[in-house]
Design a protein around this ligand. Structure first.
Ligand SMILES: Cc1ncc(COP(=O)(O)O)c(C=O)c1O
Length: 425
């Protein structure tokens, strides 16, 4: 490592908080890195949208150069700095558990919680760390005060993680779980709001919906939450596909609860998530953990010994994203998915299901059908024969494929995917 690289890496680590463990613990990759650690450039905010402007960002990832990874909506690819932070955390608890636990806990309370509340526009006391979005979604649903016969409305586009807690409550607590059919692509924000509004009955107590669906449809969280408030309803949001893809301000959006993964678009350590319960909603959503949780001390955070190295490693992901800027992430992911959509729309035999407007489609994920070809077959052949990782989206009666491109993907990779897809038509 030359001196210049050492200094710039040290500065970056100091700002990420991963520097807490010192440089000596870094650089322990198991798989072959694309770039050697010493060759990785200092991270800067990119100034353009094309691949050249993002080459230094791409170089921050360990990336297997023989694979094109476009399944970020399933699991994001953490940058090297995140992998290093987690490895350093494990070394710290393995070297001396008490001190390691203390240092990691401090890092979580001083960097991770404040960083996440900054990133999500919340108060620090409104968020709790979880293992994933599923855990957070379960907690926000089972904590909601509901009587037998009370109704919750959600959509047919929920992920099973957002759906199952309501089925559980219907089964165990006698609530009414009502789904409304939402078509793909979304017709408009107004249409979606109308679907919810028309379904409300005198027994409705809450609505639950995604910020971005599994298929990449973007919901108008602010308008839906406002509509819910006007009807005296609680709004509960699944943000698993949204956090890390574009800027989010939860106080401005005005929803009562919000659950998200941090290992998808935020590129955090695998097995990390977050639960937000607004201060004003605490009286309606009680802790599922502590019978004596109070409004001042709501006890939403899953108790017990936690995966401290993973949680502490979230600070590296936050700082990585803040250096690049989430506004920039949004533009870059939109740039790549627009490029993909442009090419798909020129191909015969392709039906795009992702909405055509900025308001109804998210920046990063694109879904489409290839006429008369099974999506699962395409995904598995593309993976096995061409080393391109994409996902299927066989839901709501669709036979679709999902391509989720993140900041490090390139137009050349999109071209390669399109070339492979041509082979199925
Ligand atoms: C919309 C949505 N909600 C929830 C989840 C579950 O996320 P996690 O695996 O972090 O629990 C997913 C995962 O793909 C998702 O797409």
């Amino acid at each position: 490592m030359n001196n210049l690289t050492k200094v710039s890496r040290r500065r970056f680590l100091a700002t990420t908080g991963t520097g807490i463990f010192g440089l000596s613990t870094f650089g322990c990759y198991k798989s072959k890195p694309h770039l050697e650690d010493k060759d990785r450039p200092t991270l800067h905010r990119p100034t353009g949208m094309d691949d050249a402007a993002w080459a230094d960002v791409r170089a921050q990832f360990i990336l297997d150069p023989s694979i094109i990874y476009m399944n970020n909506a399933s699991l994001g690819m953490p940058p090297a700095i995140v992998a290093e932070a987690v490895a350093a955390g494990y070394k710290a608890v393995s070297r001396e558990p008490s001190r390691g636990k203390h240092d990691l806990s401090e890092q979580i309370s001083q960097l991770v919680i404040p960083g996440l509340s900054r990133l999500l526009g919340t108060n620090a006391n409104e968020i709790a760390l979880t293992r994933n979005a599923t855990e957070a979604l379960h907690l926000q649903a089972v904590g909601l005060d509901l009587q037998p016969g009370d109704e919750v409305i959600f959509t047919t586009q929920e992920h099973p993680a957002g759906l199952r807690p309501w089925l559980f409550r219907a089964d165990r607590h006698g609530i009414k779980a009502t789904d409304i059919f939402v078509p793909s692509p979304l017709k408009s924000e107004e249409h979606l709001i109308g679907l919810f509004e028309n379904a409300i009955t005198p027994r409705t107590r809450a609505i639950a919906f995604c910020h971005v669906t599994r298929g990449g449809h973007l919901y108008p969280v602010k308008k839906l939450s406002e509509m819910a408030r006007n009807h005296g309803l609680i709004s509960l949001v699944d943000g698993a596909q949204a956090v890390g893809m574009f800027p989010i301000d939860l106080h401005d959006l005005g929803c009562d609860a919000y659950s998200a993964s941090l290992h998808k678009w935020l590129l955090g350590p695998v097995g990390t998530g977050v639960l937000y319960i607004s201060e004003s909603a605490r009286q309606h959503i009680r802790s599922a953990y502590a019978h004596d949780g109070t409004l001042d001390s709501p006890a939403f955070a899953p108790p017990g010994t936690a995966d401290l190295p993973l949680r502490a490693g979230i600070s590296a992901a936050i700082s990585f994203m803040e250096t690049i800027g989430l506004d920039n992430v949004e533009l870059r992911t939109r740039y790549l998915s627009d490029y993909l959509k442009e090419q798909l729309s020129e191909m015969n035999g392709i039906k795009l299901l992702s909405g055509g407007t900025l308001r109804t489609s998210c920046p990063g994920s694109t879904i489409f059908e290839v006429e008369d070809v099974d999506a699962i077959k395409i995904v598995s052949t593309t993976n096995k024969m061409h080393s391109i990782h994409i996902d299927e989206h066989k839901r709501d009666g669709h036979n679709a494929i999902r391509v989720s491109t993140h900041i490090y993907n390139t137009k050349t990779e999109v071209d390669r995917l399109v070339e492979v897809l041509q082979g199925f038509i």
